[in-house]
Design a binder for this molecule. Structure first.
Ligand SMILES: [Fe+2]
Length: 461
C-alpha cells in the first residue's frame, strides 16, 4: 500500500469552513438546522482528482448526517459485543483514512492523537494492539465533540492530499476507505437500532410518521426458472469492488427456480403458528441448539402486545406489517423456514446469476424509509432483489479460485474472515445504493440476527 507515496505537503483545505465542524453539533448532540444544510452544501473541488474528491466528501457528509440525530450518550453506549457505538464508527472510519492513507502518503501530516491508534483500530493485527471489541462502549472519552474535530482534521488533510497527483495505489486506497465508511454507515444504523431496542422507551431514530407503501401485493410469490450450466460469477468491469468479490470465475449451477419476492412477515407468522420454532426436525443441529439456548420464538425485536406483533424499528416500535419482508432473522432461522416451506435458500452463485441482469434500485438508505417495504404489485422481474433486506444464501463465505489477499494491513480486510460465516446478498434499507452491485458479498455468522437480514426462497428443477 506504500507503493505510490505521494510527497504532498500538508495544507489546510481552502474552504475548510464549508466542512462540518464540531460546532455543528449542539450540546445535546443533535445537529442544528442551519448546520444540517451546511453538511449537505456543495464542497470544494479538486482539479487533480475531481471524482475521488466528490466521492470522499459525499461519503463523509453522509456519515455526519447519520450521526446528527444522536446524543452524546446515544453515540457512546454499546448494547452488545457485536454492536459498536456510533461514536466508535465515526472515529474508526476516520482512523482508517489517517492510518492507511495519510500517515504513509501525506508528507508533514500531523497525527491527531496517537492514542486513537489503540482506541479505533478494529481488527488489524499487523497494526498493533487495540481496545477489545466488547469494550468499545467504555470509551466515554474522548467526547463526541473531539471525534467530530478528529473528522474535521482528517477531512482537511485528505482534501490536501486529493489536490496532488495520486498514484493508482493511493487512489485505490482512498476509494477503499470510502467504501469502508459506507459499510460502517450501515453498521451505525444497525447498531443504534439495537441500542434503542434495549431502551424501555423505544426511542425512534427517525420520525415514526406514516410511510406510503403504494399498491401492496399479498399474492403468493411466483418462481422464475433458470437453466443450469457453467456461468461466470464475480466482479466484472472498471468500478470498485472488494477483494473478496473476485477473481471472476466459472461456476457450475444446476437448473433452479427463484422466488420473485422476499418472504413476508405474514408468511413468517404462518411458520410460527405451525410450530416452526418448536419443531427440531426443521432445524440444523447448531441452529436448534442456538434457538433453544437463546429462547428464540420470533424474529429479533418482535414483541406480542394486544393480540398482535410489534417490532422495534429505526422509527420506533411499530406494528409488524404482514406484507413487509421479514427482517432480523438469522441464517439458522432462514434455513428452518425454507425447510418448513419445502424449499431451500439459494446459493450465492444462483443469486448472482439471477440478479446480474436486474437494475440496481430499490429501497436503500436514500429512500429514508429505514424499514423494509412490501413488494409492489405489477413490478416486473425479481422484486426486492436489491435493497429492503440482505438475503441469506446457503453459501459459506470462502475464497474464490485464485483469490489472494492484498499485501499489507488491508490484506486483513476480508480474507481472514473466510471461516464460519455465510454470504448475504443484495443490500438492505440501510445500505447506500451506490454501495451495491450484483457481485457484492456480505457475510455474517449463522446466528447473527441484528442485521437487516431476511430471505428469498429457491428450489431445484
Ligand atoms: Fe472497519
Amino acid at each position: 500500500m506504500r507503493e505510490g507515496n505521494s510527497k504532498t505537503s500538508f495544507a489546510p483545505l481552502a474552504n475548510a469552513a464549508a466542512l462540518p465542524t464540531s460546532s455543528a453539533w449542539r450540546a445535546d448532540g443533535a445537529l442544528k438546522d442551519e448546520d444540517r444544510m451546511r453538511v449537505s452544501a456543495p464542497r470544494s473541488s479538486s482539479k487533480k482528482n475531481p471524482e475521488l474528491m466528490r466521492l470522499y466528501q459525499s461519503v463523509r457528509e453522509a456519515s455526519a448526517r447519520l450521526g446528527a440525530p444522536l446524543s452524546e450518550a446515544d453515540a457512546t453506549v454499546q448494547s452488545m459485543p457485536d454492536a459498536s457505538p456510533a461514536k466508535w464508527h465515526l472515529a474508526h472510519t476516520t482512523w482508517f483514512f489517517e492510518r492507511m492513507i495519510l500517515e504513509p502518503n501525506l508528507a508533514g501530516y500531523g497525527v491527531f492523537d496517537r492514542a486513537f491508534n489503540f482506541l479505533f483500530n478494529s481488527y488489524y493485527e499487523s497494526i498493533g494492539p487495540r481496545q477489545a471489541r466488547a469494550r468499545r462502549g467504555m470509551i466515554t472519552r474522548p467526547a463526541l465533540e473531539t471525534i467530530i474535530a478528529y473528522r474535521d482534521h482528517v477531512d482537511r488533510a485528505m482534501a490536501s492530499l486529493l489536490e496532488d497527483d495520486l498514484s493508482p495505489g493511493v487512489a485505490a486506497l482512498i476509494e477503499l476507505g470510502c467504501n469502508h465508511e459506507q459499510q460502517h454507515q450501515e453498521l451505525l444504523l444497525t447498531d443504534i437500532l439495537h441500542v434503542f431496542a434495549q431502551n424501555p422507551l423505544y426511542p425512534a431514530y427517525r420520525d415514526p410518521g406514516p410511510i406510503a407503501v403504494g399498491r401492496t401485493d399479498d399474492s403468493p410469490p411466483s418462481y422464475r426458472k433458470f437453466d443450469g450450466g457453467v456461468v461466470e460469477v464475480g466482479h466484472v468491469g472498471q468500478g470498485f469492488a472488494f477483494d473478496c468479490e473476485g477473481p471472476r470465475h466459472r461456476a457450475l449451477i444446476e437448473p433452479f427456480e427463484l422466488a420473485d419476492r422476499l418472504i413476508t412477515n405474514a408468511e413468517w407468522m404462518d411458520f410460527m403458528a405451525d410450530g416452526g420454532y418448536r419443531t427440531p426436525l426443521l432445524w440444523l443441529s447448531a441452529g436448534w441448539a442456538t434457538a433453544q439456548s437463546e429462547g428464540w420464538s420470533a424474529p429479533l425485536y418482535w414483541e406480542r402486545r394486544d393480540e398482535r406483533y410489534w417490532s422495534m424499528t429505526l422509527r420506533g416500535a411499530q406494528p409488524v406489517d404482514p406484507a413487509a419482508p421479514v427482517c432480523h432473522v438469522s441464517y439458522f432461522e432462514a434455513d428452518a423456514f425454507a425447510t418448513w416451506a419445502r424449499r431451500r435458500l439459494p446459493t450465492e452463485f444462483e443469486w448472482e446469476h439471477a440478479a446480474a441482469s436486474e437494475p440496481i434500485g430499490g429501497n436503500f438508505v436514500e429512500s429514508g424509509r429505514l424499514r423494509p417495504a412490501p413488494a409492489q404489485a405489477g413490478e416486473p422481474g425479481l422484486r426486492q432483489i436489491y435493497g429492503d433486506v440482505w438475503e441469506w444464501t446457503r453459501s459459506a463465505f470462502s475464497p474464490y479460485p485464485r483469490f489472494h489477499p492484498a499485501e499489507g494491513a488491508v490484506g486483513e480486510y476480508n480474507g481472514k474472515f473466510m471461516c464460519g460465516q455465510f454470504v448475504l446478498r443484495g443490500g438492505s434499507c440501510t445500505t447506500p445504493q451506490s454501495h451495491m452491485r450484483a457481485s457484492y458479498r456480505n457475510f455474517f455468522p449463522p446466528d447473527a440476527r441484528w442485521q437487516f437480514s431476511g430471505l428469498r426462497l429457491a428450489g431445484d428443477l
